[in-house]
Every structure is written in C-alpha cells, then in structure tokens.
Design a protein around this ligand. Structure first.
Ligand code: Z5A
Length: 213
C-alpha cells in the first residue's frame, strides 16, 4: 500500500534540480509533512559507491556504455527497495533528485541506446515505483552549463564524466526529456527553469500542492 507521494526532479545540467528539491523540502516540512530527500545515482551505501564509479571512473578503467546503463539501474533498484518504497508505505513524501527518466534521457536519447530498451530496464529496476509527478526543469544547454561552471568554481568541484560529453549529447538529452514529457503528459510537468529561483520555486509549489491535495 502506498500512502505517501513520490516526486522526482529531472532535466538537463544546471536546471536547478538540487536547489529546488531542497526548497521544496523546506516548504513541505513547514506544511507539516513527513519528507525524505534522496538522489540518483546514490541514496544508499551501494548507490553512493556506484556513483563514485560512474562519475569519477573510480574503478580505474573506462566504463563501457552498456555497463553505465546497468550501474545506473543497479543504484536505482537498491534505492527503490531500501529507501523509496518503505518511505512511501510509511506515508512520507519522497523527493528524488533524478530518477528513471534520467536513464531514458541520457543513455537512451543521449548515448543512442533504444529508448524502449531503457524503459524495459527501468521497469525491472523500479518494479512499479512510478513517480506521482515529475518536475522537468527545462532550460537551454548553454545556460545550464554556465550555472554549473559557476557552482564548480565556487565549491571547487570536479567536472564529472558525463558533464564532459559534447554539447550535442546534452542537446539530445534535453530534447529527449521534452519528448518524454509529451509521451506522459499527466505525470510530467515542464517548468521554465530560466527564471529566478524564487519564481521556479513558486511554480513547483503550486504543482506539488495540486498533487498532494
Ligand atoms: N545520469 C545519467 O546519465 N543517467 C541516470 O540514470 C542518472 C543520472 C540517474 C548526475 O550528476 C549525472 O548522472 C548527470 C546525469 C547522469 N550528469 N550530467 N551531466 P549529479 O547528480 O552530480 O548532478 P546533476 O543531477 O546533473 O545536477 P546538476 O545538473 O549539476 O545541477 P542541478 O541540480 O540541476 O542544479 P543546482 O545544483 O541546483 O544549481 C546549479 C547552479 O545554478 C548553482 O550554483 C545554483 O545556485 C544555480 N542556480 C540554481 N537555480 C538557478 C536559477 N533559477 N537561476 C540562476 N542560478 C540558479
């Protein structure tokens, strides 16, 4: 039985997913909701170890594209069963920073694997744990990269493996997300992420209030 609600943030680089997920968490807590923030890849000890391999080649060898698909799916399978489903059963509102749609967008549309195959792998990994709503923070690739570069300078972060992909890869990812939003118009809400953080937060909150009502 699923008493909670499952909200995911998706989109290309620098759309403000983490910023907005954290702001939403504060709003939900202030409204008296039991909430949980998690992220992909990661969110469990196994998932965080996989994240290190995926983002920084921690295994010490270049990853094959097929291996990448299964590592994202493995991290997700663990997160769903250990964290997301138990929380939803307790009645918690789960906010997840990226989820299965990231695999369809990045490995399907971005890398060029069959989208239907990515959907089948996702279905196996999540076993019915579909989000109630997916907030797609959409913005031009150049703007997203400028924002991420600003954050990396500020926090002395490394550029990760997927961020180093060519601009065309990220354009395919963005267009892929927009196609997914057309394919599932009830679950997806596309949000103009070029606006200020406060404006985006307000739109997110209006959508989420509708979902929780
Ligand atoms: N990936 C995949 O390929 N397949 C999968 O199945 C999954 C993931 C699950 C995860 O990277 C990578 O894995 C990601 C996709 C891939 N790679 N790429 N490329 P991550 O978890 O490290 O990071 P991310 O999810 O890609 O997040 P991000 O794009 O780097 O950032 P963001 O969360 O969207 O944005 P942010 O950190 O909230 O904001 C970025 C900066 O902009 C920051 O300085 C903010 O203060 C600023 N900001 C935020 N909002 C605004 C607005 N509205 N205006 C101006 N400035 C803003």
């Amino acid at each position: 039985m699923r008493a909670g609600r499952f909200i995911t943030f998706e989109g290309p680089e620098g759309g403000g997913k983490t910023t907005q997920a954290k702001r939403l968490l504060t709003r939900l807590r202030d409204a008296g909701r039991d909430v949980l923030y998690t992220r992909e890849p990661g969110g469990t000890p196994t998932g965080e170890a996989i994240r290190e391999i995926l983002q920084h080649d921690k295994a010490g060898e270049p990853l094959c594209d097929q291996t990448e698909v299964f590592l994202f799916a493995a991290s997700r399978a663990q997160l769903v069963r250990r964290v997301i489903l138990p929380a939803l059963e307790r009645g918690t509102v789960v906010v997840c920073d990226r989820f299965a749609d990231s695999t369809t967008a990045y490995q399907g549309y971005g890398r060029g694997f069959s989208v239907e195959q990515m959907l089948a792998i996702n279905a196996f990994a999540i076993d019915g744990a579909e989000p109630d709503v997916t907030l797609l923070l959409d913005l031009p690739i150049r703007m997203g990269f400028e924002r991420v570069e600003g954050r990396q300078r500020q926090l002395f972060e490394d550029v990760d493996r997927i961020e180093r992909e060519a601009r065309e890869f990220h354009e395919r990812v963005r267009n892929g997300y927009l196609e997914l939003a057309t394919r599932w118009p009830t679950r997806f809400r596309t949000i103009d992420a070029t606006r200020t953080p406060d404006e985006v937060e307000q739109t997110v909150w209006e959508i989420v209030q509708g979902v929780l009502a």
